[in-house]
Design a protein around this ligand. Structure first.
Ligand SMILES: O=C(O)[C@H]1O[C@H](OP(=O)(O)OP(=O)(O)OC[C@H]2O[C@@H](n3ccc(=O)[nH]c3=O)[C@H](O)[C@@H]2O)[C@H](O)[C@@H](O)[C@@H]1O
Length: 431
């Protein structure tokens, strides 16, 4: 049987040999016959191309659903159930970075009071992903579904807004850490700039538009020397790329507020710590090293001045986040167009009582009942700033934000969690 190729480009020239002896009529007939044959072949070709294209797109979309960990009827049902509101006047919140430290605590607080919560997290390996998995299990137990995906995935975000009319987005997904920016600068641009824009695009196009509350950072104050830091102070001297991407985020969110009417609240967190915290942060890695008998490196500032941070306990931060969601006001846009001015706010969420890093170490030593092997070195040029100190009067006025946990109390709770989570408490009691 001749192949399709043989039929179209025959190798035997004789097949198309014209019989010159044929009459005119016959030639006219052949002419019509060959025209109609060509027409049929053309039709055949078009049909073939069309079926190839549709098969290709079927395979394409099929493989997306097969390879992606999201999509499908069951998945949509889980998203919808998780977003279900269980109190009058409640909200449905998309929490990005939900398997992160702050994301986990905020998600639980919202769910506990009856709000709908859907989490989104890419479970990257910036720090031990098993801790993120453990946080996820905790959230699952409380009926919170976590979508595994990236904020850079515009299709996923569009799908989520298609399935649920989120009233709020609590955007906590980010590349965190001040010093790691020197090792992997592009991860900061990817998450804190590109990812932020993708998320804002999805929020701006959603109908109704959600109000957005997101995590900026105390690091935006950079080399600012005026203390305590107030929201009106200059933030144009970042000391790290991390700080620069957070500052850029503040400007980017401003444009989405201005052009599209998105309600925006940016929260400048001050060195947040507590149970289920981030292993890359000093209080956490110091605890690990002290318990393992390893030395810890304590940085010291210029002229041998101790570094200080306005360490803020997670429960206080959660109250600030929830207060921000509650007072966010509405976005005003629809169909991607602004219909009126929408709120744009930035708040410091700190503790207002800075503590030096050596004091932090002493508190840990007391709680752990182990002496630290301190290695004191001059602060390298690594993006660190010498001190942070928040003025929180604006947050107090607008959000009712009032931190109540001092470092001593907060670290005691952290150490208790750490010992039980990592199983160090063999017969050891923590006071
Ligand atoms: O406030 C913030 O906005 C930032 O707070 C922390 O950044 P940082 O304050 O640098 O927190 P740590 O990394 O825990 O460092 C705390 C202090 O310990 C010092 N440190 C850190 C690590 C170390 O090995 N030794 C040491 O002395 C640092 O210089 C700093 O003064 C977070 O890591 C950032 O993601 C967050 O945005």
């Amino acid at each position: 049987m001749p192949s399709l190729e043989d039929e179209l480009f025959p190798s035997t020239p004789g097949k198309f040999k014209i019989e010159r002896a044929h009459t005119m009529n016959r030639q006219v007939y052949r002419c019509f016959a060959s025209t109609s044959t060509m027409f049929l072949w053309a039709l055949f070709l078009i049909a073939l191309t069309a079926s190839y294209l549709s098969f290709h797109s079927f395979v394409d979309s099929g493989s997306r659903y097969l390879s992606a960990s999201w999509g499908g009827i069951q998945w949509e049902k889980q998203v919808r159930n998780s977003a279900q509101i269980h109190r009058n006047g409640g909200m449905s919140v998309l929490v990005t970075g939900a398997a992160g430290f702050v994301g986990t605590h905020v998600s639980l607080a919202l769910k506990r009071r009856g709000d709908g919560v859907v989490g989104l997290d890419n479970f990257n390996n910036y720090y031990d992903p098993s801790l993120k998995r453990a946080r996820k299990s905790l959230l699952n137990v409380h009926g919170i579904f976590i979508v595994e995906g990236d904020i850079n995935d515009a299709k996923l975000l569009a799908k989520l807004f298609d399935v649920v009319a989120f009233t709020h987005v609590m955007h906590l997904a980010a590349q965190a850490g001040v010093r790691y920016a020197m090792e992997n600068p592009h991860s900061y641009v990817h998450s804190n700039i590109a990812g932020l824009v993708t998320l804002l695009e999805a929020c701006k196009s959603a109908n109704p538009q959600p109000a957005v509350v997101w995590a900026s950072s105390s690091s935006v104050y950079g080399l600012n020397e005026k203390v305590p830091f107030s929201e009106m102070d200059r933030t144009d001297q970042p000391a790290s790329l991390y700080a620069a991407t957070k500052k850029a985020g503040e400007e980017i969110t401003h444009t989405y507020n201005h052009i599209y009417g998105l309600s925006i609240t940016g929260l400048r967190f001050f060195t947040v710590y507590g149970p289920w915290g981030r292993p890359d942060m000093a209080y956490f890695s110091f605890t690990r090293n002290i318990l393992q008998g390893k030395p810890i490196t304590v940085y010291r500032g210029k002229n041998r001045v101790d570094l200080a941070r306005d360490f803020t306990y997670i429960d206080d931060i959660v109250k600030g986040c929830v207060g921000s969601l509650d007072t966010s006001g509405k976005s005003t846009g629809s169909g991607g167009k602004k219909r009126g001015p929408a709120p744009y706010r930035i708040f410091n969420l700190g503790n207002t009582s800075p503590v030096t890093v050596p004091t932090l170490v002493s508190i840990l030593e007391r709680h752990l009942k182990v002496k630290a092997k301190r290695k004191i070195v001059d602060m390298p040029g690594n993006g660190d700033v010498p001190f942070t100190h928040a003025n929180i009067s604006y947050a107090r006025r607008e959000l009712g934000y009032k931190p109540t946990t001092d470092l001593q109390t907060g670290l005691k709770k952290f150490v208790k969690w750490y010992l039980s989570y990592y199983g160090y408490n063999h017969g050891k009691t923590v006071n």
